[in-house]
Structure formats: structure tokens, C-alpha cells
Ligand binder design. Structure first.
Ligand code: PLP
Length: 355
């Protein structure tokens, strides 16, 4: 039987054996039992948090079971109930996570900003919205998931920080795929993070660990975030069992994210100029590629069902008009090429069909 290629999400990455072996020798303790300096008693978690802080150039870090909980905790730590928060209209935190903006849960007021045609936030619009709303927190996403993995370059990050500073606002960065952004921008992750006050990144996606996300910032912010995490039920006990594979991921899997980007670009190159019905995003920057189905005559759900018949698993996003492909550790160059061939075949079927 032909192998099914699964490009639904980079959360599908499986931990490899050397990674899993680190769990057996990890030194463990009760991470939920914090000492006076705010640190838990699990030595492996503490080591991971120190590594995360160093990689992002921040004073401290806190481990979370998910990126959703880390983002929610960050925003709730910066804000009080009812506060306005600047968030881009297609940000994960707004469209997928929702928690902080649910009236009955986080209770914060989203103030939406927009991306320009180059998929970049506009510092001028942000300044205007900070002014009129009085918001003291601005959320960024780099790389940006629902746009198709586009990155915010350093000059734009810097311009945004200057605007935020002028209005006394803090910046939280959703960096679920921070290391993919760093690879595209060809800078160490720390250089992206110097323009923000707090940053979350996932080890459970492109870095290949089974579980975990890290929230990084000043020591004082992280101490408060730890308290918020506890209130939200995110405190963990012998969490070294998830920290050990995460340490392995940071030591072994950061540099290889360039491979994901290379294979995503391969799919794009194979499709570019050869599709008659399916819309293709202009450029691939990281490990995500979006297909636009609005001119195909079928919706994303139906398209994904047809792709599945041909051995490709992909997922509808954004109102069932787009489809997302994500490349991750475990997807080979051959898989990427085969996926592109399946999309080409589907496009041909769609252009032959009577509409
Ligand atoms: C995946 C993701 C998250 C967090 O996801 P979890 O599944 O909760 O770990 C946050 N932001 C973005 C942009 C993501 O893609």
C-alpha cells in the first residue's frame, strides 16, 4: 500500500528513540512546589527553563503543557479583566485559542489590527490603535500561522517596539514557530525576542518534542506568570519527564528546521505556475503553505477528502476556503514531492470538471 503523507500539522511530529531515552535518566522533583525564589524542585525543568531563557535572551522562563496555556497565561499576567488588548485579526490567540477574549473566561477586549499586503503589521496603525484604545498590551505572532508562515522582519519588529514604548505598552510574542522565523530571517532567535517583553515558543511542533511550550521574560514577569499558571491549573509535578525530551529538542533539533523550510519551498516550486484552479500563496518563508480554493468550485473540506483518497492528509482552515500544508521532522523530500504531485493531479481534475 502507498504511504499516506500527513501534512495536517507540525504537532504530528513523533519523538524519536534517543529523545525518549532522555526521560529515563532525567532527575525529577515536584515542579509545583516552588521555593522562595519562585523556582520549582524539578532539576530537569529548571535546566530547560534556563536554556529557554538563554535562547530567547530573557532573564527567565516557565514551562507549560501547551502553547495555548502559555499564551493565555502571558496575556492574563500582563492584563486585568476588561482591559483592551491589541491583537491582529487572524492571530492564533484570537481565532484558535480564544480563552482570554471570551467574555465569561478571560474577559479581555480585543482591539484588532491588520496585516498589510506583505503580511506585515503596520506600526502606524498600531500606534493609532494604542492611542485610541489605551491598550497596554500588544500581541504579535512570528512566524504567522494563518497567513501561511510569513515572518515579521527585524526592522518592523523594532519600529513596533518603538511605537509600543511611546505608548507605555508591553509586547507579547506568540512565537510558536520562533525558530522557523529565526531560520528565515537568518538571525539567532534572541534577536527577534529583544523587541518584545514576553515570548512563547513551542517545543512540541517543529522541534519535535512530544509536549511543551516555554514562556520567557523578566524574572519578575515569570514569577507572576507561574502564579497565573497555577490558578489556571497548569502547574505540573515531575514535569522533568516532558522537560528532558524538550532539552534534547533544543540541543539537537533547532538547526534542522531549515530542512522543513527547504521541503516546503520544494512543494511551492513544484506548484508555482502550474496550477490553473487552486490559488497558491506568493512566497514560502517557513514550514507552512496555504492553498486558496475560492476559485475551484469546491470547498476545503471536499478538497481535503479528495486529497485523502490520493494519500495526502491536509486540513481546511479559515472559513473552509483555504487548506494548510505543514512540513515537519519526519517528512522527507520524497514525501514533499509526492504531496506536490497529488495537489497537481487534483488541480488538473478540477480544471477538467464541468462547473
Ligand atoms: C500551535 C500554536 C499555538 C499553541 O498551540 P498548542 O497546541 O496549544 O501548543 C500558539 N500559536 C500558534 C501560532 C500556533 O500555531
Amino acid at each position: 500500500m502507498r504511504k499516506t503523507i500527513d501534512l495536517r500539522s507540525d504537532t504530528l511530529t513523533m519523538p524519536d528513540r534517543p529523545m525518549l531515552k532522555t526521560i529515563l535518566s532525567a532527575s525529577l522533583g515536584d515542579d509545583g512546589r516552588a521555593s522562595a525564589d519562585g523556582r520549582g524542585e524539578d532539576a530537569t525543568v529548571n535546566r530547560l527553563e534556563d536554556m529557554a531563557a538563554a535562547l530567547t535572551g530573557k532573564e527567565a522562563a516557565v514551562l507549560f503543557p501547551s502553547g495555548t496555556l502559555a499564551n493565555s497565561t502571558a496575556v492574563m499576567t500582563w492584563c486585568r479583566r476588561g482591559d483592551p488588548v491589541l491583537v491582529e485579526e487572524e492571530q492564533h490567540i484570537l481565532l484558535a485559542e480564544k480563552f482570554v477574549f471570551q467574555p465569561e473566561l478571560g474577559g479581555l477586549q480585543p482591539v484588532r489590527y491588520h496585516m498589510n499586503a506583505s503580511h506585515l503589521p503596520d506600526p502606524e496603525e498600531i500606534g493609532r490603535l494604542l492611542e485610541t484604545s489605551g491598550a497596554k498590551l500588544l500581541c504579535l505572532e512570528n512566524s504567522h500561522n494563518f497567513s501561511g508562515g510569513y515572518c515579521i522582519d527585524l526592522p518592523t519588529m523594532k519600529a513596533i517596539q518603538e511605537v509600543a514604548d511611546r505608548h507605555g505598552a508591553f509586547i507579547h510574542l506568540d512565537g510558536a514557530r520562533l525558530f522557523h522565523a529565526a531560520a528565515h530571517l537568518q538571525v539567532p532567535a534572541e534577536q527577534i525576542c529583544r523587541y518584545v517583553d514576553s515570548v512563547m515558543f513551542c517545543v512540541s511542533k517543529g522541534l519535535g518534542a512530544p509536549v511543551g511550550s516555554l514562556l520567557c521574560g523578566t524574572s519578575d514577569f515569570c514569577r507572576r506568570a507561574r502564579e497565573t499558571r497555577k490558578l489556571l491549573g497548569g502547574g505540573m509535578r515531575q514535569a522533568g519527564v516532558i522537560a528532558a525530551p524538550a532539552i534534547y529538542a533544543l540541543e539537537h533539533n533547532v538547526a534542522r528546521v531549515t530542512e522543513d523550510i527547504q521541503y516546503t519551498k520544494l512543494i511551492h516550486d513544484m506548484l508555482n505556475g502550474r496550477l490553473s484552479k487552486i490559488g497558491l500563496q506568493k512566497e514560502v518563508q517557513t514550514n507552512i503553505l496555504m492553498l486558496d480554493l475560492s476559485k475551484t468550485g469546491i470547498d476545503a473540506e471536499a478538497f481535503c477528502a479528495r486529497a485523502k483518497e490520493k494519500g495526502l492528509l491536509i486540513r481546511p482552515v479559515r472559513n473552509n476556503r483555504k487548506v494548510r500544508l505543514v512540513v515537519y521532522k519526519g517528512i522527507t523530500k520524497q514525501d514533499a514531492a509526492a504531496a506536490a504531485d497529488i495537489i497537481l493531479a487534483l488541480d488538473q481534475e478540477l480544471s477538467l470538471a464541468k462547473m
